[in-house]
Design a protein around this ligand. Structure first.
Ligand SMILES: Nc1nc2c(ncn2[C@@H]2O[C@H](COP(=O)(O)OP(=O)(O)OP(=O)(O)O)[C@@H](O)[C@H]2O)c(=O)[nH]1
Length: 404
């Protein structure tokens, strides 16, 4: 059963948790990734080294209350905080539960912390905090339990409302965290920017950035890990922002990017994305400049494939069909004729004549690439390279998965 047929089931029942261009280059590339390749050995070595460094730092220099880096163990946690009605639950519902954006109008206010476990390529958790509670004011909250395994704190600010109070609370939060949990990434979502002019969006972003940086430097924190994103649930910006947040939590992201960059060069792809299919967050892309349009089309393509799979289900071939495909002139087993035994799809875009291809990697991940105009003629070569990269990606996630 393909990932896409399993997907709708997992979406409808989110778990709640308590706690070069030539053939020669292509073939070399494929051979390098298969077997006990130097690439695999290097990745293993580099990964073990960095784990060792993290362990040593923790033992020797890190103060006791500082958390382990999220990449070392446990499930990274994304904490959604901000003022009431700023859009936290809407973000979580749209990105992780596929709620249509206009249905967020009917969401009720969150009364207690909502914890969602995401069975995804790296099993992270999303905690949605009620806007009205200030955890630093309330002694009942166990800070270590909240921030101990954290991946990132996402602070949502409603850009269509008066944001001064939100910025003041955010400043207080950052100062608390800088003192006790300095490793936590703070991601500020300047949210609901749909309907605002480009100039106005940038003005708001500049104003909020200055207010936060001024406050931080007044307290002696010059290099706090604070990043700003302009977001809205009514377009792809929220997925793009989450992609950036998640990418910071992936160990050895550079290796993944290098694999995709190599694939693009070898197969002459314009752009390649590795998607988490459930959320449509991209967890890595090649080194070419990212543009929203290519992300949007790849992400919409995933939706198309999901919808088609939903309507038609999986595609069991009858014996007669199988015999016909495997007979003359091919004389090969059908499994050897297709690059992938699960979902596989390729579509040619009419406007630019550029095919898009999609290939499953495992239960959660799919590789989606935009090809150049002439690349459709070389599909066998492309398939072979994609297969090699998929195998490399599988090994990557096997090596880097969290261990106790
Ligand atoms: N225009 C616009 N409205 C949004 C966006 N995101 C959320 N909203 C709306 O904002 C309102 C509040 O959203 P919620 O997700 O309930 O806000 P919350 O932060 O979870 O609120 P509390 O649970 O009270 O803390 C809803 O009516 C949403 O439809 C956005 O990107 N653009």
């Amino acid at each position: 059963m393909s990932i896409f047929s399993r997907l709708r089931r997992s979406l409808s029942s989110p778990s709640q948790a308590d706690d070069g261009a030539g053939a020669g280059i292509s073939i070399d590339y494929a051979l390098n990734i298969r077997g006990e390749s130097p690439a695999k050995l290097t990745l293993q070595r580099v990964f073990e080294q960095s784990r060792q460094v993290v362990r040593n730092n923790k033992d020797a220099t890190t103060p006791p209350e500082a958390p382990a880096r999220p990449t070392t163990k446990g499930r990274p946690r994304l904490l959604l905080m901000g003022q009431r009605r700023s859009g936290k639950s809407s973000i979580s519902s749209v990105v992780f539960h596929k709620l249509p954006p206009n249905e967020t109008l009917f969401l009720e206010s969150t009364a207690r912390i909502q914890k969602d476990s995401m069975a995804s390529f790296m099993d992270f958790q999303v905690w949605d905090f009620p806007g009205q509670i200030d955890i630093f004011e309330n002694p009942n909250y166990d800070m270590d339990a909240i921030f101990g395994e954290i991946g990132a704190l996402i602070w949502v600010i409603d850009a269509q409302d008066d944001y001064l109070e939100a910025v003041t609370r955010l400043n207080t939060t950052i100062l608390h965290l800088q003192r006790s949990y300095p490793n936590i990434n703070i991601e500020v979502f300047i949210h609901k920017v749909d309907g605002l002019s480009d100039d106005y969006k940038l003005d708001i972003q500049r104003d909020i950035t200055i207010r936060i940086q001024d406050e931080l430097s007044d307290h002696g924190f010059e290099n706090a890990p604070v990043t700003f994103h302009l977001t809205s649930i009514y377009n792809h910006s929220i997925f793009e922002a989450f992609s950036k947040v998640i990418q910071k939590l992936i160990p050895q992201l550079g290796t993944l990017e290098a694999m995709l960059t190599n694939l693009c060069r070898t197969c002459r792809f314009e752009k390649a994305y590795l998607f988490d299919v459930l959320s449509k967050i991209y967890i890595a892309t090649d080194s070419a400049a990212a543009d929203m349009a290519s992300y949007e089309i790849c992400s919409d393509y995933i939706d198309v494939i999901i919808d088609i799979t939903e309507v038609y289900g999986s595609w069991p071939r009858s014996d007669a069909q199988r015999r016909r495909i495997e007979g003359e002139p091919w004389n090969a087993k059908v499994d050897d004729q297709v690059a992938c035994p699960w979902a596989e799809s390729c579509m040619v875009l009419h406007d630019a004549g550029r095919p898009i291809m999609l290939r499953e990697v495992d239960r959660y991940l799919a590789l989606v690439a935009i090809m150049k105009e002439d690349s459709y003629d070389r599909m066998p070569l492309v398939n072979m390279n994609v297969e090699a990269v998929v195998q490399g990606l599988t090994e990557f996630f096997d090596i880097t998965k969290p261990r106790k």
